[in-house]
Write a protein that binds this ligand. Structure first.
Ligand code: ATP
Ligand code: MG
Length: 280
């Protein structure tokens, strides 16, 4: 128990061995790394930031709430530190990676993933945290069948500092956010809808904001289609509230705690990626 607290609190840059690059986003680069003292694999996100020492301090204190996040549906935060003009954020490593590289996820798998996502968001909302960046690349899976959310906006200052260098539109943003209105729980709910629609419909590439999304008929259960449609209501107040999400028939149907289903699917997909010439 003590070990956990210590290893969550102090990670020194010199004790980290960087391994391969896992991916690159708008803000920074994510590496797989090994923490020698803690004897565990980490995901380290490195974000270059040219900001004052004062702002660095503010970001560090805003990130402190992450130590309090304790949910099986939220990525575990270990530590964050500044070295020169960049911040490194160390979290739990997920060996299945993010959902954006999986396509045409069968509904019985997607259902279990959706349950975890809804539970993770409900947990964040209960801490008065809005995710603000719900999308497939921020939903992580592992071979144990766990599904966890990452990259939620706990530090306003960090988000603002990154935003200065970031230009472009986000296809997962709710309409009210694009038009500059107030962001709320309902805006996160929109992004859940469009994320699950995308992982199921597209076979590569992203949805475009300008095209109204439509699900192909006949391929999905009525429960799934209804869930997506409700989440993507244009008017924020018409979208399901947190309790309505948990009580939605699609979520209730798959809320059986069966991690085996996701686990087997992740393992199969990883196997296929390793040996693409075998099998389908
Ligand atoms: P954005 O910058 O808009 O958030 P993004 O989510 O694609 O876009 P990053 O957050 O930098 O970009 O993540 C890059 C990639 O690193 C992700 O797509 C994911 O595949 C991988 N990744 C991130 N965190 C982890 C983690 N904890 N474990 C395993 N892979 C991770
Ligand atoms: Mg991300």
């Amino acid at each position: 128990f003590c070990y956990e607290i210590i290893s969550r609190a102090i990670i020194n840059e010199h004790d980290i061995q960087y391994q391969e690059q896992l991916g690159h986003g708008n803000g920074g680069t994510v590496y797989k790394a090994y923490h020698i003292l803690g004897k565990r694999v980490l995901a380290v996100k490195v974000i270059p930031l040219d900001i004052t020492a004062e702002l660095q301090k503010q970001i560090m204190s805003e990130l402190e709430i992450l130590y309090k996040c304790d949910s099986p549906y939220i990525i575990t935060f270990y530590s964050a530190f500044f070295v020169e003009n960049r911040i490194s954020i160390c979290t739990e490593f997920m060996d299945g990676g993010s959902l954006d590289v999986y396509r045409r996820i069968p509904e019985h798998v997607l259902g279990r993933i959706a349950v975890a996502v809804v539970k993770g968001l409900t947990y964040l909302w209960s801490l008065k945290i809005l995710h603000r960046d719900v999308k497939p690349s921020n939903m992580l899976v592992n071979t144990r069948g766990q599904v966890k959310l990452c990259d939620f906006g706990v530090s306003t200052q960090l988000v603002n500092s990154i935003a200065k260098t970031y230009v472009g539109t986000n296809a997962y943003m709710a309409p009210e956010r694009i038009s500059g209105e107030q962001y709320g729980i309902h805006s996160d709910v929109w992004s859940v809808g469009i994320s699950f629609m995308e992982v199921n419909v597209a076979s590569g590439g992203s949805l475009s904001v300008s095209e109204p999304p439509v699900l192909p008929v006949g391929q999905f259960s009525d429960k799934f289609v209804h869930f997506i449609t409700q989440c993507m209501k244009k008017l924020p107040k018409e979208r399901p509230a947190p309790n309505d999400l948990m009580d939605h028939p699609f979520i209730v149907h798959f809320n059986d705690g069966n991690a085996e289903v996701v686990s087997m699917w992740v393992c199969c997909c990883l196997e296929e990626r390793r040996a693409p010439w075998e099998g389908g």
